[in-house]
Design a protein around this ligand. Structure first.
Ligand SMILES: O=C(O)CCC(=O)C(=O)O
Length: 277
């Protein structure tokens, strides 16, 4: 079995799979550099920690740390290096093999650089990404790229293996669709969280995960902002539902023959040519 087929089998059974060394060091450095520049410039559109009120976030934009940015939104349209990664040929080929049809990138979901800050960065409770996504079928895959090491210390993602295949009762979710199964009502659902795993990632490692996989992430207890780049993909026969938020931004069709021009240019080089300044 090819490596990609093995990874696809792992994703189908566990709901996530770690792909080691998907991006090389130079590419990670280039993406990080672009992300830092945009964060420094506070380039819109931004998502602020204070607006989400997740545990650990500042109470308001006027509170201490109130201007802490959680995500640089719409990464795809921000910079060529993000666009290029979104359409990276090995990702597109992998997704095409997974979906068995041409691949679309949704710009309405993920499509961001996560900037998890020390001190004011919040933790994210257990959830399924599909909670706010509206597509014909709940079959989308997110590709999360670690731009430096991601561990329990700086708020890495945790996953519940196999949770994408489990029917979770609606009363296990709160009003914001976070998973809070009460042991007295749903002991077997509450026990699911005991099976969670935290795959430590190095810079350039990626984790691909299904939109129904329960996942969460801790706060950042290091002294450095953690940058990660995330995009979500679906098959061409699985469009967003008309009128939904998922349909609010144009989709990007990704095929090997119509990659963004930047990718064609990058593919000609054996490595990403920009030095790490
Ligand atoms: O890094 C985090 O805090 C969680 C991100 C996440 O779960 C998501 O984007 O779906």
């Amino acid at each position: 079995m090819s490596k990609a087929l093995e990874q696809i089998a792992t994703l189908k059974s566990h709901g996530f799979v770690v792909i080691r060394a998907l991006a090389d060091a130079a590419r990670c450095a280039e993406i990080r550099r672009a992300a830092r520049a945009q964060l420094l410039a506070k380039a819109a559109p931004l998502e602020y920690e204070a607006d989400l009120h997740y545990p650990g976030a500042p109470a308001s934009r006027r509170a201490g740390g109130g201007e802490t940015v959680r995500r640089l939104l719409n990464a795809y349209d921000r910079d060529r290096v993000f666009r290029c990664w979104a359409a990276w040929p090995s990702i597109v080929d992998w997704m095409q093999m997974y979906f068995g049809e041409p691949v679309m990138l949704t710009k309405a979901h993920h499509n961001c650089i996560m900037t998890k800050h020390p001190v004011y960065g919040s933790l994210t409770g257990w959830h399924r990404d599909a909670r706010y996504w509206s597509f014909k079928r709940n079959n989308l895959i997110s590709a999360w790229l670690a731009l430096e090491s991601e561990t329990v210390r700086n708020g890495a993602l945790r996953f519940v293996p196999g949770s994408h295949r489990i029917a979770l009762p609606s009363d296990c979710f709160d009003h914001a669709q976070f998973f809070h199964a009460r042991p007295e009502h749903h002991p077997e659902m509450a026990a699911l969280l005991q099976t969670a795993v935290l795959p430590a990632l190095g810079a350039g490692d990626a984790v691909f995960f299904h939109c129904n996989t329960l996942h969460a992430a801790g706060a950042n207890f290091s002294n450095k902002i953690k940058y990660s780049l995330a995009f979500a993909y679906h098959g061409s026969s699985n469009p967003p539902l008309p009128g939904s938020r998922s349909a609010s931004m144009p989709e990007v069709a990704l095929t090997p023959s119509n990659d963004a021009p930047c990718c064609a240019q990058d593919r000609r080089a054996d490595h990403f040519p920009l030095p790490d300044r």
